[in-house]
Design a protein around this ligand. Structure first.
Ligand SMILES: [Zn+2]
Ligand SMILES: [Zn+2]
Ligand SMILES: [Zn+2]
Length: 328
């Protein structure tokens, strides 16, 4: 039984194939029919047959062993199913995978970006009613969310979890963070936590000369000397000095004491607070600036802190101070 010079008049899987002369045994035809095809001929060699799909009407070439022993699939039906799935998730199936993986195809998304995707995932998204998100656009979104939170998106997470990414904090520390946590600004930097929350820190008192008035600044830092430099736009003009510092075991304790002192002053001596207009052109800070005339009061509070007063508790700070004259 020879291969002939005659070709089928219709494309078979997008190709024109030669007729292979030979009979079409009944049990072959029955096997094809049971699997949704009509056996319409033979091609190439004694092993291959031409089938017509009962579902879409297109012709396809299969090995007879597949028809007899397996579940032959119509490539045309599969392609149509994939195209419909792509459409329902807002994408277009452009063609086969440029990297030649038969499980993947090249898709174009609503945004216009083109990328390869696993067909099964596209069909799963279609079945689940999801939109198919573009990797480029998703990356850009995650990048913008990170930037807003003070981080930089570096790339995929080190841990094997698809909802995490790897980020770099402003302080230079790198770590994995959940994408949703980053979006909600619910992030703790292990790097900074170490540098300010768990390492020793200090409450400080600084002095500055503004053009019209002398002021003092109460704050916390693990490096008050550096803070004096950093807070001034023009040190020659504002002539900042470090007047006092109290050591605390952790940055966390320092920030708690500092915040409590500010609210203490705000409720007891609000007239000591310098309004922002007076210093915003001269000092890089938004608050924590007091009039020089408050130095006596604030120093007494710091004495009390050194003597063991915790401004977060409602105990009277005056019972901790040994300088009744300052406690005026
Ligand atoms: Zn078909
Ligand atoms: Zn896109
Ligand atoms: Zn950090």
């Amino acid at each position: 039984m020879p291969l002939t010079d005659t070709f089928y008049a219709f494309p078979i899987d997008h190709e024109f194939l030669p007729v292979f002369a030979g009979d079409k045994p009944k049990h072959w035809r029955n096997a094809a029919k049971n699997k949704g095809f009509d056996l319409i001929g033979r091609t190439l060699d004694r092993l291959h047959v031409v089938l017509e799909c009962n579902h879409c009407g297109n012709a396809t070439r299969k090995r007879i062993s597949v028809v007899l022993g397996h579940n032959p699939e119509c490539g045309h039906c599969i392609e149509q199913r994939r195209k419909a799935a792509a459409e329902s998730v807002g994408a277009v199936l452009l063609g086969p995978d440029p990297e030649k993986d038969r499980h993947y195809g090249e898709y174009q998304f609503e945004c216009g970006h083109i990328d390869r995707r696993q067909h099964l995932r596209v069909e799963a998204a279609a079945a689940g009613g999801f939109k198919l998100s573009c990797r480029d656009c998703t990356y850009a979104l995650h990048e913008a969310e990170a930037k807003f939170a003070g981080w930089q998106l570096v790339g995929p997470a080190l841990r094997n979890n698809p909802s995490y990414r790897h980020y770099r904090h402003e302080c230079g520390h790198h770590q994995d963070v959940g994408v949703a946590n980053m979006r909600n600004l619910d992030v703790n930097c292990a790097g900074c936590e170490e540098s300010w929350a768990s390492k020793p820190s200090k409450i400080y008192l600084l002095s500055f000369m503004l053009p019209t008035i002398p002021v003092i600044k109460l704050g916390f830092s693990n490096n008050p000397i550096y803070r004096v430099k950093q807070v001034q736009f023009d040190p020659a003009e504002t002539r900042g000095t470090l007047d006092r510092e109290i050591e605390l075991e952790t940055g966390h304790a320092a920030i708690c004491v500092e915040k409590a002192l500010h609210s203490h002053i705000e409720s007891e001596r609000p007239e000591l607070i310098v309004s922002r207009d007076h210093f915003s052109a001269h000092l890089r800070t938004t608050s924590e600036i007091y009039h020089e005339r408050g130095r006596g009061h604030i120093s007494s509070l710091l004495d009390a802190v050194e003597a063991g007063w915790d401004p977060n508790l409602s105990t009277d700070w005056k019972s901790f101070t040994t300088h009744p004259d300052r406690a005026a």
